[in-house]
Design a protein around this ligand. Structure first.
Ligand SMILES: Nc1nc2c(c(=O)[nH]1)N[C@H]1C(S)=C(S)[C@@H](COP(=O)(O)O)O[C@H]1N2
Ligand SMILES: [Mo]
Length: 317
C-alpha cells in the first residue's frame, strides 16, 4: 500500500521541503566518497531554486518512496509546446511569461468569468503531496508537488446539474511556445476529467514542487496532477477551465484514438499497441536498476477504483 493513513506517520517523517537540498548534498557527498563513476549522476542532483512556498506536507496523501532529484523532475519533461525531446522544455520554457496570468472559467457553472490566477488560488491552503507520476511511455518519477485539491476549486465554481465533465486548456501562444509552430499536436493542448474524477481528493492543482514555485517546464503557473492516470492527463499552463455536459475531445485521444483513450487510467493489464505497460523504468534509478512492476491505477487503486465500477477498463482505456 502506497498511501499511508495519518496514524502510520511518525512526526520525524514529516520533512520540511528545504531539508531535501541538505539531504541530497549529504547523499551526493556519500556517493562521491564511494568513488563510483556509475553513481556519478546523483552528484548532479541539483539544488531547488525559485520562490519558496509555504506548504504543509500532507502525509496521508503522500507515497513513501524517495522523490526524484530536482534535476530529474525539472530536466526530464514532456511538454510538446516546447519541443518533443525530454530536455527541450528545460531549455526552451524559461522565457514563458507566467505573470500576469488569467484563467477563464466557462460552460456549465455559475461562477463564469476571467479570473486573475491569484484570486483562484488565494482561498486555498497549499499542501505538499509526494505523488508517483507514470508516463504512458513506461517511465515513472516521484514528485513532491505543492498545490491544492482540484475538487475544492470545482465546488467554488458551482457546476450546474448538467455538468458531467471538466475540460482544461493549455496556453496557445506560438510566439512564446515554439513547439506550437509545428503541427506535432492539434493546439491548444486540452484534457478533461469526468466531474467525479475531478472531485476526487487525490486530483491536485499544482502551483509548485520541491517547496518552490513551479518551474516553467513543469507547467507554471498552474498545472493539473492526476496521479492514478498516465501523465498526459495532467495539463500544464492552464488558461481555461470549462464544464461540459458531453465528454470533451482530448488532445492525445484525438491524435491517435487507438493508442490513447479518454480515461488513461494506469493499467498494467492493457498494453499500449506498441509496447507493454506491465513494467516501468524509474527515472534516475541508474542503468542497472531493474524495471519495476506497474501497479493498477499507479498504486492508488484503493482510493480510486470505486470511481470505475461497472466500466470495462479494457474498452475504456
Ligand atoms: N500542455 C501540456 N501538458 C502536458 C504535456 C504536454 O505536452 N503539454 N505532457 C504531459 C505528459 S505526457 C506528461 S508525462 C506530464 C509530464 O509532467 P512533468 O514534465 O512535470 O513531469 O505532463 C503532461 N502535461
Ligand atoms: Mo507522459
Amino acid at each position: 500500500m502506497l498511501i499511508r493513513r495519518p496514524a502510520d506517520i511518525r512526526p520525524s517523517e514529516i520533512t520540511p521541503a528545504d531539508v531535501y537540498a541538505q539531504r541530497r548534498r549529504f547523499l551526493a557527498g556519500a556517493l562521491a566518497l564511494a568513488g563510483s563513476t556509475l553513481l556519478a549522476p546523483a552528484a548532479r542532483a541539483g539544488t531547488p531554486t525559485g520562490t519558496v512556498l509555504a506548504a504543509r506536507r500532507n502525509a496521508a496523501y503522500s507515497v513513501t518512496e524517495a522523490p526524484n532529484s530536482w534535476d530529474d523532475v525539472t530536466g526530464y519533461n514532456n511538454y510538446y509546446e516546447f519541443g518533443t525531446d525530454k530536455s527541450d522544455p528545460a531549455a526552451n520554457a524559461g522565457h514563458l511569461r507566467v505573470t500576469p496570468w488569467t484563467v477563464t472559467v466557462g460552460g456549465e457553472c455559475d461562477l463564469k468569468g476571467r479570473f486573475a490566477l491569484e484570486d483562484l488560488i488565494r482561498p486555498h491552503p497549499l499542501e505538499e503531496r509526494i505523488y508517483r507520476l507514470r508516463c504512458v511511455e513506461a517511465w515513472s518519477m516521484v514528485v513532491p508537488w505543492v498545490g491544492f485539491p482540484l475538487g475544492d476549486l470545482v465546488r467554488r465554481l458551482k457546476p450546474t446539474s448538467r455538468a458531467k465533465f471538466v475540460q482544461f486548456t493549455t496556453l496557445n501562444d506560438p510566439a512564446q511556445m515554439p513547439g506550437e509552430r509545428s503541427r506535432t499536436l492539434d493546439w491548444p493542448y486540452t484534457e478533461a476529467l469526468r466531474i467525479d474524477e475531478a472531485a476526487h481528493p487525490l486530483a491536485l492543482l499544482a502551483v509548485g514542487l520541491y517547496g518552490r514555485v513551479l518551474p516553467n517546464q513543469n507547467g507554471a503557473p498552474l498545472r493539473l496532477v492526476v496521479p492514478w492516470k498516465y501523465g498526459f492527463k495532467s495539463s500544464k499552463a492552464i488558461v481555461r477551465i470549462d464544464f461540459t455536459e458531453r465528454m470533451p475531445e482530448t488532445t492525445w485521444a484525438r491524435a491517435n484514438p487507438t493508442e490513447y483513450g479518454f480515461y488513461a487510467n494506469v493499467n498494467p493489464a492493457v498494453d499500449h499497441p506498441r509496447w507493454s505497460q506491465k513494467t516501468e523504468r524509474r527515472i534516475g534509478a541508474g542503468v542497472f536498476a531493474p524495471r519495476q512492476g506497474t501497479l493498477p491505477f499507479n498504486g492508488y487503486a484503493e482510493q480510486v477504483a470505486s470511481l470505475y465500477t461497472g466500466l470495462d477498463l479494457r474498452k475504456n482505456f
